[in-house]
Design a protein around this ligand. Structure first.
Ligand SMILES: Cc1ncc(COP(=O)(O)O)c(C=O)c1O
Length: 387
């Protein structure tokens, strides 16, 4: 391994586009550029590929193709689900979400709050686990929608979505899950999972950025978020992003074929790194619900130092990871997820997320395990918090 190689351990931020996906997309960026809605053969022939992509994605999810709406990203899918559920059920004025949702949900909920919707927010404990008693109490006859993510992007926690869907249905409410981080990593079968809406995003599963999908269970009323032409059966207007959605279909097929690998090979990369860090470095803690999380994600706090300094030193060796901080008003604050878990200050500031994919190697993990201990020792020497 040379220092010039990039070691990409930030797959929850985005993933490499799979070579097979690029190959599948290329004709639609070159020769097959017709509009699938055209009457002539040149455009019309493209619709068959849109249909195929819909089938490939539906097959990964255990859904019917007619239940899939292609969108521009996970964020759009989240917006569409929340807004449709509120719009189609005017007598129900409340939505229930969790404290550690992605901003696509949190800020859409905030926006809906400004138009009179009540938002109940399920808190989490120090491991990021939901307070299910709170959920049970808050989900009531006035609830239009419960929206809880399938898996969290920062700590990887997997949430009891089937149980939450049942709780929602018992009160006549709908259930949505932001499964952007779960699709392709954990088995999903929407034919039996009892979920009404599910959001996903192409760029988290080796398809390109700027394409996503929303699953809407058959029979659920849906009000479109993007309004205009008749595309997507009148449920999402705008000329289809054919190349990207063909890429998403190909990525879905690959994800289905590689699901086992996520839970064996990718999990072993994650576990080797995590166990190596815990064995070699003192004052570290693994954040999240360790027994119940995505196989590709670990979030580790290196206490008494700043995550950003670790990232910068790792970057010198080509190693890309991510910290749990967001730059708010010029200062580095721990993310809303770590704050919700009430991690001690010294742990929240030193949190690093490593997120793996099937394109990573054990050699990369070993290289990182060599480089990390001296980086941590060096930063602790100059840390005012280090005893
Ligand atoms: C859990 C979750 N939801 C939604 C999104 C947004 O997806 P997109 O980038 O496709 O808008 C992300 C992306 O980071 C995510 O991790």
């Amino acid at each position: 391994m040379t220092m010039q190689d990039t070691i990409y351990f930030d797959n929850n931020a985005t993933t490499a586009v799979a070579p097979e996906v690029v190959d599948a997309m290329l004709p639609f960026l070159t020769t097959l550029y017709g509009n699938p809605s055209s009457i002539h053969h040149f455009g019309g022939q493209v619709m068959a590929y849109v249909d195929k992509a819909r089938e490939q994605l539906a097959s990964l999810l255990g859904a019917a193709p007619s239940e899939i709406i292609f969108t521009s990203c996970g964020t759009e899918s989240d917006n569409a689900a929340l807004r449709s559920a509120v719009f189609t059920q005017p007598k129900r004025t409340k939505i229930v979400i969790s404290q550690i949702e992605h901003p696509a949900i949190l800020n859409t909920a905030k926006d809906l709050e400004r138009s009179g919707v009540t938002v109940a927010v399920i808190p989490v404990d120090e491991h990021g686990r939901l307070d299910m008693d709170f959920a049970k109490e808050e989900i009531d006859e006035n609830t239009a929608l419960v929206s809880v993510m399938w898996a969290n992007n920062e700590i990887g926690n997997i949430f009891p979505v089937r149980e939450l869907a049942e709780m929602a249905h018992a009160k006549g409410a709908l259930f949505h899950t932001d499964a952007v981080q779960a699709v392709g990593k954990v088995p999903i079968n929407l034919a039996t999972d009892g979920i009404d809406f599910l959001s996903l995003s192409g760029h988290k599963l080796h398809a390109p950025k700027g394409v996503g999908a929303l699953y809407v269970r058959r029979g659920i009323r849906f009000h479109p978020f993007v309004i205009g032409g008749h595309q997507e059966n009148g449920r999402r207007a705008g000329t289809e992003n054919v190349a990207s959605l063909v890429g998403l279909g190909a990525a879905a097929e690959l994800a289905k074929a590689n699901m086992e690998k996520e839970n064996t090979f990718v999990r072993s990369l994650r576990d080797t790194l995590e166990q190596g860090v815990v064995a070699a470095i003192k004052d570290v803690r693994v954040n999240g619900d360790v027994a119940n999380r995505l196989p590709n994600t670990t979030n580790i706090s290196f206490e008494y130092i700043e995550g950003e300094s670790i990232l910068m030193l790792l970057d010198q060796f080509g190693i890309c990871a991510s910290s749990g901080s967001a730059c708010t008003t010029g200062s580095l604050e721990p993310s809303h997820v770590l704050r919700a878990m009430a991690l001690p200050y010294t742990a929240a500031h030193g949190a690093i997320r490593f997120s793996f994919s099937r394109y990573n190697t054990m050699e990369e993990v070993q290289f990182t395990l060599e480089k990390l201990p001296p980086i941590i020792a060096r930063l602790r020497e100059i840390s005012p918090y280090w005893k």
